[in-house]
Structure formats: structure tokens, C-alpha cells
Write a protein that binds this ligand. Structure first.
Ligand SMILES: Cc1ncc(COP(=O)(O)O)c(C=O)c1O
Length: 373
């Protein structure tokens, strides 16, 4: 199988797998138990937390392990409404559904006003619009992601963060797609909240973290045993936590090398596509800008791409649709629609990882040509 769906999830790094395998048998004590086996598990969690915090340049007490980024986002957004009494949430319409649906929930539960930002055809929001809104709306949370999961478009999060600080607004920046893919100057951006999901950078599934700035205090969504300093009850996924920390170490250490490799695959792929079909549409300028690993494209109308993802699957190639298809009717995703793309546009996302090769890119091109020509 040629796997070009790495923005959806990535295969486990063998180094992470080997590390986790050694822990699976030995570390079974409940970290809340006071005996030696429990203490051993607790130490593993705290060492993992310190390693994660060092990579981000933050205090370990600001990292909370969660079951997913989705959970971290819900904890932050609902916490902002419930505990910090925000009255407005200002967000990009290109956010992941984890953000949009949590925002809709606090609108319903707490009467928080939802304000969607404008988006350029390339997928960028306009910082000056954020500033204009914040001048009028106090007690706000701004939610703008760093890197978009469909287009790879990078938002000006440093500028947004500075505007939020100026107007005393909270800032949530979803960085799920950024870790290990593109440099993040976290100390400079310093949002109030961010999230991470380990399976996006060759770590295990079902584990992530929520970063909450030490200046902000929110309370849990799920009451219980009080784990994770009372923010996330439930017995900790110790093996997942250790695997996340290991995967993040590897991702940070290899960032430059992996970016160079993945960028060269992306360039080769887009160059070959352009040579074959000059009218190919790359959404969000994603052949030249943004994350090095994501290409979102649409074919000109003369190609019949209705079943392309399924046909590639039959040829042993995994990619994603950047559009939804129900009862044979294609509709552009909410991200593309926000960028002003016609809502019957079929789009396809190819996303690479450090484990992909130039041979795979060449094979993919040959298969695409044979299927569509
Ligand atoms: C940008 C972004 N945010 C949040 C999520 C949610 O991550 P998870 O499904 O691991 O909770 C994803 C996953 O696709 C994502 O790409």
C-alpha cells in the first residue's frame, strides 16, 4: 500500500513501537496507587510530561494529557465559557470540526456569541478583522488554527496572538497538524490553549495533550478521580503518554531533515502534476506555501474524478477526499466553501510523511495518468 493520507493519521514509528513494547508488560501499576508499581507508572507519566514541556519550552504543569486533541479542544472551549465566562468566540470557518462543533455547543449551552471570520481564497484570515472585532467585543476567545488539515494553509498566529494580548482576549490555536511538520515558535506565539494528537506524527492513537497557559484556570469536563491535576479524570493511558512523548522527541529532533525530505516529495509531485496537466488547481496555493506535507488539488472538468479515491484504493493507494460525497453528489468541504470554492468542486488531498519515497510519488503519478487519461 502506498500511503499518502498522513494528514489523517500516520503509521507508528518503529522506535516508538519498540519503546512502548518494553513498557506494556512492565508498567501496569495504576499511577494513583501508592505502591512501587503505581509509583513507577506515575514517574513515567511525569517524565513524559517534562519531556513534552521541554520540547515546547513551557512549564510541565501547563501540559495535561488527554485522550485526543478533540477532547483537549472541548475542554478548553467549554472551560472558557463555563469558568472564564467568555461571551464571544471568534473563529475561522476553516477550523477543524472539533473547534466548530464545540463552539456551537457553548453557543447553545451558555449563549456565547459565535463570530466567524472572513477567509481569503487562499484560506487566510485577516488579523485586522480580528482586531476590529476585539475592539468592540470584550470577554472573547479567539480560535485560529496554526496549520489547516485539508489545505496545509498556515495562519498568522503570531500576529493574532499579539492582537489577543492587546485586547485581553483568550487565544486557542489548534496546532495538531503543525507538530513535527513545520517549526512552531511556541514561546513567541504563547497561546492560552493549544492541543496535540500523537497519531499525527507517528505516535500512538488515543492520546494527546492540552496545553493550558499557567495564567489561565479552567476546570474539568468529566468529574472523577481527579487525575491530571483534576482537569482530566480517568486512569491515565500511561503507555500512550510515554509513546506520545517519545514520538514528539523524534519529531522535533528530525524536523529539519524530515521537512527537507517531505518538501522534495511534494515539489516533485506537484511539478509532475503541472507538467502533465497545467490547469490543475492547487487549493490555498498549497503547492508553494503552507505545510510541506499537504497537497489539496482539483482536476479540470475534462477528467472524470468522481470515483478517483476509490479507484486509487483499488490500486493500493490511500489518499483522502477534500470533499464529501453523499448519494453521488460531490460537495466541497466546509474549509473549501469558506475559501469561496464552488460547492460542487471535487478535491483530493495527498499528504506525505517521512516514510514516503520518491519511487512512491513516481508510481502514484503513473497510476493517476493511467486512470485518468
Ligand atoms: C487540525 C486538527 N485539529 C483537531 C483534530 C482532531 O484530532 P483527533 O481526532 O486526534 O482528536 C485533527 C484531526 O484530524 C486535526 O487535523
Amino acid at each position: 500500500m502506498i500511503y499518502f493520507d498522513n494528514a489523517a493519521t500516520t503509521p507508528l514509528d518503529p522506535q516508538v513501537r519498540d519503546y512502548m513494547k518494553t513498557l506494556l508488560d512492565e508498567y501496569f501499576g495504576n499511577p494513583s496507587s501508592i505502591h512501587a508499581l503505581g509509583r513507577q507508572s506515575k514517574v513515567l507519566i511525569e517524565e513524559s510530561r517534562i519531556a513534552v514541556a521541554e520540547n515546547l519550552g513551557v512549564n510541565p504543569s501547563e501540559i495535561y494529557f488527554t485522550g485526543s486533541a478533540t477532547e483537549g479542544i472541548a475542554t478548553a472551549i467549554i472551560g472558557a465559557a463555563k469558568d472564564l465566562k467568555i461571551k464571544h468566540i471568534i473563529l475561522s470557518p476553516t477550523e477543524h470540526h472539533a473547534v466548530i462543533h464545540a463552539a456551537e455547543l457553548i453557543q447553545q449551552w451558555f449563549g456565547v456569541e459565535l463570530i466567524f471570520l472572513n477567509v481569503s481564497p487562499e484560506g487566510h484570515i485577516f488579523p485586522e478583522q480580528v482586531e476590529r472585532i476585539l475592539k468592540e467585543k470584550s470577554s472573547s476567545l479567539v480560535a485560529v488554527m496554526h496549520a489547516n488539515n485539508e489545505t496545509g494553509c498556515l495562519q498568522p498566529v503570531l500576529e493574532i496572538s499579539e492582537i489577543c494580548k492587546k485586547y485581553d482576549a483568550l487565544f486557542l490555536s489548534d496546532m495538531v497538524q503543525s507538530w513535527g511538520k513545520t517549526p512552531v515558535d511556541f514561546a513567541a506565539v504563547k497561546p492560552d490553549f493549544t492541543v496535540c494528537s500523537a497519531h499525527k506524527f507517528h505516535g500512538p492513537k488515543g492520546i494527546g495533550f492540552l496545553y493550558v497557559s499557567g495564567d489561565v484556570k479552567i476546570t474539568n469536563l468529566i468529574p472523577g478521580g481527579g487525575q491530571e491535576r483534576n482537569l482530566r479524570s480517568g486512569t491515565e493511558n500511561i503507555h500512550g503518554i510515554a509513546g506520545l512523548s517519545k514520538a514528539l522527541d523524534i519529531a522535533f529532533a528530525g524536523l529539519n531533515q524530515n521537512m527537507a525530505h517531505i518538501s522534495s516529495l511534494k515539489k516533485s509531485f506537484t511539478d509532475q502534476l503541472k507538467a502533465w496537466c497545467p490547469e490543475m488547481v492547487f487549493h490555498a496555493n498549497c503547492d508553494t506555501q503552507g505545510l510541506p506535507n499537504i497537497v489539496l488539488l482539483s482536476f479540470p472538468n475534462r477528467y472524470d474524478t468522481q470515483m478517483l479515491t476509490q479507484m486509487l484504493d483499488m490500486k493500493g493507494m490511500a489518499i483522502s477526499n477534500g470533499s464529501a460525497c453523499s448519494s453521488g453528489v460531490v460537495s466541497a468541504s466546509h474549509v473549501l466553501q469558506a475559501m469561496g470554492v464552488k460547492d460542487n468542486t471535487a478535491a483530493f488531498r495527498f499528504s506525505f510523511s517521512k516514510f514516503n519515497t520518491q519511487d512512491e510519488v513516481n508510481t502514484c503519478m503513473e497510476v493517476l495518468k493511467s486512470l485518468l487519461n
